[in-house]
Design a protein around this ligand. Structure first.
Ligand code: NI
Length: 300
């Protein structure tokens, strides 16, 4: 409960600081509606808008930026990310492709797959890649209770440490679905940065290697965080040509944490500032709930 109080204060401060429209005429106040004094919500029911919903928006003063969908870097650096594994067959195949090209990527691991394939997790780490928390069973965390979300993240956190001895410092919510309050909470609890993406080849949906390659090449820019899924054979099949084409275009691959370390604040534009993104745009980018969850997939 205590940990939400600063958020509440920020919210209240923001509300009280909001400019109030000056009354055009000193007309008598209209009769107060019956529901003029609703009961304040409990602290645990803060709206998701208590913190900026926009992943790229600067955090409130005094709060570190903890959510990234892309980075602003000097240089052609990008982060390739692979979600939902490890997979018994496709992940080792991918690791070989990455090793041949001396590319380091970031793997957002599902806890129950970590428990099933701890040796592959060790191999991922031994090859120099970053590993990260992608929940235990890939549910939509944004609609779940704090206790359930805690269980999903803590079990995975512990399973990763048990498998490879590395403590993850970043997480990605399945479907990108995580409220601003949850992001602040996970950052406070585990020190997690919340990693979204700006390049989405929709490889979970279009199981076609050529499509995966084409979309990644079309969307990737310096600072991009590229979403893909190493549980799908078509995605891994697309990687040799995709990675070679990105290398040929001059892109350099780093892990997500390395990319974040290079992140530079963007100077605010005085005019023509694009409208801030909302949680709705993020949801639109997220994988649909129809994505097979690891719990339901057949074991390799
Ligand atoms: Ni996922």
């Amino acid at each position: 409960m205590i940990r939400f109080l600063p958020v509440l204060f920020l919210s209240l401060a923001a509300a009280s600081a909001a400019p109030k429209p000056a009354p055009a005429t000193p007309a008598p106040a209209p009769p107060a509606p019956a529901a003029a004094t609703p009961a304040p919500p409990p602290a645990t029911a803060l709206p998701a808008t208590a913190l900026p919903a926009d992943a790229s928006a600067p955090p409130p003063a005094g709060m570190p930026k903890s959510t990234f969908s892309q980075c602003h870097v000097e240089g052609p650096y990008v982060a390739m990310t692979f979600d939902d594994g490890p997979h018994g067959a496709n992940t080792p195949r991918l690791l070989e492709m990455l090793r041949q090209r001396k590319i380091h990527a970031t793997f957002f691991l599902v806890g129950q797959c970590v428990a099933e394939f701890p040796d592959i997790v060790k191999k991922i780490v031994a090859d120099g890649h970053e590993i990260a928390n992608h929940s235990w069973s890939h549910p939509q965390l944004s609609t779940m209770s704090e206790a359930t979300v805690r269980d999903q993240l803590q079990k995975t956190h512990d399973a990763i440490i048990a498998a490879c001895g590395v403590t993850p410092t970043i997480m990605r919510p399945p479907y990108g679905a995580f409220t601003a309050r949850q992001r602040a909470w996970a950052h406070g609890e585990w020190g997690y940065k919340c990693i979204l993406w700006d390049v989405d080849p929709l490889d979970w949906k279009v199981r076609n290697s050529e499509h995966v390659k084409t979309e990644i090449l079309k969307q990737t820019v310096p600072g991009s965080i590229i979403l893909s899924h190493d549980i799908h054979k078509t995605t891994v099949d697309a990687m040799p040509e995709t990675l070679d084409a990105l290398l040929a275009k001059g892109f350099k691959f780093v892990t997500v944490s390395e990319l974040i370390a290079m992140d530079k604040p963007v100077a605010p534009k005085p005019k023509a500032t694009p409208a801030p993104k909302t949680d709705a745009s993020e949801t639109a980018k997220a994988e649909p709930a129809a994505t097979p969850v690891p719990a339901a997939k057949p074991k390799p």
